[in-house]
Write a protein that binds this ligand. Structure first.
Ligand code: AMP
Length: 450
């Protein structure tokens, strides 16, 4: 379809003029008590998306924000909501829909941090967590609900006395991901039971056809705020690659971790199994490594993330479940241990470092099997990457110790697998749910996986 063919159904959103020099939150119209809250969080000047979105949101307009996690977008929608809440206090005032549980908790943390001095109460409603305690939390009528669409619909349908008929603000965060994760039906259901007379903010990293459709269905005369051109990696990020034989990947990883000791690392692997294996391997070699992947229970995932955030662990190993959206501000080095199959995931992965003006490094492992994928990445980011400097002889000196640690890790992995099978308690693993869904063709349980 030619661009713009669908335009007859809704006017194109106004485009905000490019942002000027960062101003203060006060200049944007943010009220004193919230300016203080920003100050206490160490937010000295507003980020670009905040400069663009906050004034229009405060004027009462609907907003489409094209911005990624890391841009400060949560503040861009939370501050106008909190300010409106200050002006007209009301329970069940705002709903934030977001694609994943981790993101929901992060958003909630920012609402709590910004709103604590004004007594704002928020609740997170996501899958994988006991429904009963959520019902009790909803009965207390919090000001802000941060939810994944599936579990919220469950409550709207099944929790007595809970409705969103008085809602004033709806935020759809990471709308492209919400729709890609097949939450379209749930979003439609939610839109049907909330007032039409409300303010809506839609944030998305990309403007896909599905997002445009949602925009037409849910927003009124919105203002578009776009901050970064697509697929750009930030200037303060030093990106490298290493070209190595596949069979020595582990030794090169250990070499790099030693070389860059003292930094915090996020290491991306392609599968849950390899994430777990590599974490065990590194632990056997004395590194403080912790895994984060979809086969872990929600509690374990949050536990891992919190330990890493609190700097009790310096290495987080993750699958792409964790490559987008997670707010981990202090990652110094991102390692693509397994090269991403989709080049766009490269941008999201390396976006975990060099955030909010800090510098950072990324190192991508390229084996004999990955050359084509690597070339695609270079093409996407529009530059040739330099090789990370290494002393090959030193790497080779590590191979014996690494081989022993690999052997132990394989054994541990086998033991863990056996224990899991014997406990037969894999209910909350994504894999188990995936298999059950395939067997049952069920939709309901699938949501639990996110
Ligand atoms: P977000 O894009 O909303 O996930 O935010 C990414 C990170 O930037 C979070 O850790 C925020 O606390 C932080 N942040 C948001 N706004 C600002 C600001 N104006 N100045 C500095 N850091 C900020």
């Amino acid at each position: 379809m030619a661009a713009g063919e669908e335009e007859g159904s809704a006017p194109e959103p106004e485009q905000e003029p490019a942002a000027e020099e960062p101003r203060s939150f006060k200049d944007l119209g943010v009220t004193d008590v919230l300016c203080e809250a920003c100050d206490q969080l160490g937010w000295k000047v507003p980020t670009k998306i905040q400069v663009e979105a906050i004034p229009v949101a405060l004027q009462g307009r609907d907003v489409i924000g094209l911005a990624e996690t890391g841009s400060g977008k949560t503040g861009a929608f939370a501050l106008p909501i909190l300010q409106a809440l200050l002006e007209t206090p009301q329970r069940l005032f705002a709903l934030v829909l977001t694609p994943t549980r981790e993101l929901a908790f992060q958003i909630s943390e920012q609402f709590e941090a910004l709103g604590s001095s004004i007594g704002v109460q928020s609740t997170v409603i996501v899958g994988g967590i006991d429904t009963m305690s959520q019902s009790l939390a909803l009965a207390k009528k919090p000001h802000v609900i941060i939810a994944t669409p599936g579990r919220l619909v469950d409550h709207l349908e099944n929790t007595k006395g809970f409705n969103l008929r008085a809602l004033k603000f709806l935020v759809m965060d990471e709308a492209d991901r919400i729709l890609n994760m097949d939450f379209e039906t749930e979003v439609d259901k939610i839109l049907k039971v909330i007032p039409r007379d409300r303010k809506t903010f839609l944030f998305s990293a990309t403007m896909t056809k599905k997002v445009q459709k949602l925009q037409r269905a849910a927003l009124k005369n919105p203002v578009k705020c776009a901050v970064s051109s697509k697929y750009q990696t930030v200037e303060k990020l030093q990106q490298y690659y290493i070209f190595i034989p596949s069979k020595f990947k582990d030794s090169y990883l250990v070499y790099i971790l030693n070389e860059l000791a003292g930094n915090s690392f996020m290491i991306f692997c392609s599968t849950c199994n390899n994430t777990q294996r590599t974490a065990l391997l590194l632990r056997n070699l004395g590194f403080t490594a912790i895994p984060l992947h979809g086969q872990m229970s929600q509690n374990k995932r949050l536990g891992s993330l919190n330990k890493f955030k609190a700097k009790a662990r310096s290495i987080l190993l993750a699958t792409d479940v964790a490559s987008r959206g997670l707010d981990i501000p202090h990652v110094d080095v991102v390692i693509n241990f397994d090269i991403p199959t989709h080049s766009k995931d490269y941008i999201h992965r390396v976006g975990r470092t060099a955030r909010a003006g800090r510098s950072g490094k990324s190192i991508t492992f390229v084996t004999q099997y990955d050359v084509e994928l690597f070339q695609r990445i270079e093409h996407l980011i529009g530059k040739k990457l330099p090789a990370f400097p290494m002393q090959e002889e030193e790497v080779m000196m590590l191979t014996e110790r690494v081989a022993e640690a690999q052997r132990i890790a394989r054994m541990e992995l086998r033991e863990q697998g056996e224990k899991k099978r014997s406990r037969n308690d894999d209910d909350d693993t994504e894999e188990a749910i995936g298999v059950r869904n395939k067997v049952a063709g069920g939709k309901k349980k699938k949501r639990k996986a996110f």
